[in-house]
Design a protein around this ligand. Structure first.
Ligand SMILES: N[C@@H](CCC(=O)N[C@@H](CS)C(=O)NCC(=O)O)C(=O)O
Length: 266
């Protein structure tokens, strides 16, 4: 029997395939990527928004090639190779790109120290609160040993979303107002994956008409149309088997093992 993770589709498709093809040329800045990975997408969004030249290298992080392990002993994507030196952790990489390419625009980190610090609080909130709630909801199994029902995991996720959205600027299109900033890009990969809940979990059931939901929809419509978001997104049909496996928590899969160890979430 073939290994369960061997079935991960091997490359980006749709708009993302064209983007990948246009970033094959050898460049000093290399991004080790998994086309399906939302953390990789965070980094791609920053690179594409700023038009920073980079080489895209596709790897399967569930079958880690030595080239990846040499750079990052944990073998996670995204891993960046800059000037022959490795960097990893999506938020660290994204902040690094802002510092390392000071003339690349748009600037994504506000210059005002307070606004910048506040933005970082909410980026941390996305990573430490929203993403775990997203994954608890997506992985919820009705027959799991816990007594928690799907309504509870859905409500928990929506509550975290509400807290985040209530921090958005009321007038502007983006999180902090008129301009796109890093926090928009740190949320976007999961915003464009919300359809997974319709497919696997009977819908997100956002309470229509509530001000925070309207604000979120306004934000989502603007962000999902950005070229960087469109060009880093593959075809839905290829995400499905990956998240199906994730939702089923296939016991012997490397992906499931990694997730149980607290990492590896697609
Ligand atoms: N905290 C990391 C998470 C990266 C991550 O979990 N990547 C997944 C793919 S989406 C991975 O490489 N999994 C392989 C594994 O866990 O062994 C980041 O922000 O970059």
């Amino acid at each position: 029997m073939s290994h369960p993770d061997a079935g991960v589709f091997p490359h980006a498709t749709g708009a993302a395939e064209a983007m990948v093809k246009s970033h094959q040329k050898e460049e000093p800045l290399k991004l080790y990527s998994g086309w399906f990975c939302p953390f990789v997408q965070r980094v791609l969004l920053v690179l594409l928004e700023k038009d920073i030249p980079f080489q895209y290298i596709e790897v399967n992080p569930y079958h880690k090639p030595q080239s990846l392990l040499t750079l990052n002993p944990r073998g996670l994507v995204p891993t960046l190779q800059y000037d022959n030196k490795p960097l990893y952790e999506s938020t660290v990489i994204c902040e690094f790109l802002e510092d390392a390419y000071p003339s690349a625009t748009p600037k994504l980190i506000p210059s005002d120290p307070y606004t910048k610090a506040r933005m970082k609080i909410w980026i941390d909130f996305v990573t430490s609160r929203i993403l775990p709630a997203f994954h608890r909801f997506l992985q919820f199994q009705p027959n799991s040993a816990s007594e928690t029902g799907i309504e509870k995991v859905r409500a928990d996720f929506l509550e975290q979303m509400k807290q985040l959205v209530q921090e958005m600027d009321a007038e502007g299109r983006y999180f902090l107002g008129k301009e796109l900033t890093l926090i928009d890009l740190m949320i976007a990969p999961w915003a464009v994956r919300l359809w997974l809940f319709d497919h696997f979990k009977g819908g997100l059931n956002m309470p229509k008409g509530e001000p925070w939901v309207e604000r979120f929809e306004k934000w989502r419509q603007v962000v999902e149309k950005r070229d960087s978001v469109v060009d880093s997104t593959s075809e839905k049909e290829h995400y499905l088997p990956i998240y199906q496996r994730y939702a089923d928590d296939v016991a012997q899969s490397e992906m499931a093992k990694a997730i149980r160890q607290g990492q590896g979430v697609p």
